[in-house]
Design a protein around this ligand. Structure first.
Ligand code: KIV
Ligand code: NA
Length: 265
């Protein structure tokens, strides 16, 4: 298969073909995801939890991220690789540029940052320097202690309007993809229709252009409780590759996420 590029993802949005993303942290699972047709791979700072056993993503360092990005890059043939910028590695625009450069040199093709309008200066700087940016809004796990837990965001009209305004500002600043975590299904639909760039959702219903899940979660391997938006695809005697294939086919046919995986406002 031809390598997936940002322009291909934009084309898929305009053709209304849904695309998939899974997290990966090593070469082998990346290779199996390629074989299953997963278009994009996220080296998520969720590795703090699923790989390192931390109780949040806050302890993850830029060196931790680069180590896993390099491993994923080695196993990858054709997926588009996004990498998370960890907690406080983008607290100022110049620092963000230096740390994004490290991730890009390790093999990332796009960096992801959590936040809203305050990120615009940083997004603009990275974008001007040729670094594709994904902005992560809604439930932003690096802010878990400020948010008071992992819970639904954008519930009331004011909060929903703010996410809309911030999304448009981030796109104007140069964001190439917007990722929404744990927001109402109807809000994710409005956002996806309002912005010209592809959207990716997790706990955001079926209407975003792409879907993402943490690999361990969708293989039924959990340390703690399983969030509502997760589905275990490693069922019915499937191999791991077949579980990835089932995820791809259910996202394409819009059978995943089902209503029970999403949230009402
Ligand atoms: O780190 C991660 O895995 C993520 C996804 C859950 C979107 O940011
Ligand atoms: Na993350």
């Amino acid at each position: 298969a031809r390598p997936v590029t940002l322009s291909r993802l934009q084309e898929m949005k305009s053709e209304q073909e849904k695309f998939t993303c899974l997290t990966a942290y090593d070469a082998t699972f990346t290779h199996v995801m390629n074989a299953a047709g997963v278009e994009t791979i996220l080296v998520g700072d969720s590795l703090g939890m699923v790989i390192q056993g931390q109780d949040s993503t806050l302890p993850v360092s830029i060196d931790d991220m680069c180590y896993h990005v390099a491993a994923v890059k080695k196993g990858n043939s054709n997926a588009f690789i996004l990498a998370d910028m960890p907690f406080m590695s983008y607290s100022k625009p110049e620092l963000a540029l230096d740390n994004a450069a490290k991730l890009m040199q390790a093999g990332a093709q796009m960096v992801k940052l959590e936040g809203g309008a305050w990120l615009c200066d940083t997004v603009q700087l990275l974008s001007e320097r040729g670094i594709p940016v994904c902005a992560h809004l809604g439930l932003t796990p690096q802010a878990v202690h400020k948010l008071g837990g992992y819970k639904l965001q954008g519930k009331d009209q004011a909060a929903a309007d703010l996410i809309m305004q911030e999304s448009l500002a981030l796109v104007a600043a140069g964001a190439d993809i917007l990722l929404y975590e744990c927001i109402p299904t109807t809000l994710a639909k409005s956002l996806t229709e309002a912005v010209p760039v592809p959207t990716i959702g997790i706990g955001a219903g079926p209407h975003t252009d792409g879907q993402v899940l943490v690999m361990h979660d969708m293989l039924g391997a959990n340390l703690g409780r399983r969030p509502r938006f997760v589905k275990n695809f490693l069922t019915d005697g499937r191999s791991i590759q077949e579980a990835f294939e089932a995820y791809v086919s259910e996202v394409k046919s819009q059978t995943f996420p089902a209503p029970e995986h999403g949230f009402n406002s």
